[in-house]
Write a protein that binds this ligand. Sequence first.
Ligand SMILES: [Zn+2]
Length: 272
Amino acid sequence: MISADMEGATGVTWTGDVTPGTEQWQRFRRLFTADVNACVSGLVAGGAQQVVVNEAHSSQRNLLLEDLHESARMLTGRHKPLSMMQGIDSDVDGVVFLGYHTGAGSRGVLAHTYMENSITGVWLDGVLASEGRLNAALAAEYGVPVLLVTGDDLTCEDAASYAAPAWTVAVKECVSRYAAVCLPPAVTSSQITEAATAAMASAGRSDAVVAPHHVEVEFDASHLAEAAAVVPTVDLIGVRRVGFDAVSMTEAMKAFKVVTHIAGAAIEDVYG
Ligand SMILES: [Zn+2]
């Protein structure tokens, strides 16, 4: 399975590159699709019998099906209970985090955690967590290894802290939130293919590990935390921070999804 996000795709450095409907997005969805295809090629060369690609960015309608590698199937569109990780509870043997990025409160190209800028940090069991860290914990709950992570160099550093055995490919070097030194797709494609092929050696499920988790979410404004705290099981634990306990990572991610939706609905245009 490939969980495919767009901020960490080859060449992407800026809001317009990943905002559906813009001219730049039309350009970068081709580069994004090329990254995915390079990964599918590698996974198949490494022995994968089937590859399902879960579109994980924004509208979740970015990849070009007409250009997709013929060995892949694509899960596209919203809404999905497990969001970026929909399908992890099926019989997949490994997951790739493609085009990922660092989390809110961290350095990195287009760093954020689910909400583009209203969340200033998410902590999983006390550790500042990127989407990769959250999703890796979810994969572990089903015994699925993270095989490969692609994104900027800081995303690869982050991956080493939550999925040390995973292969990584840095398709760009972060200079700032909106700038990076980028490699051309001709180079990143072959790097992604090679890494995906090698990473297939780690494919295979292990025992599922279901455990309770504690999640905290900090927002950039107090009213967003207050709105999220209306959700049952979610407590206001600071002026801008909420926390909740969940019996499993699956339940934690579902609760997190509700928290982000409720907070998102409380944002006003100018004052946030
Ligand atoms: Zn995204």
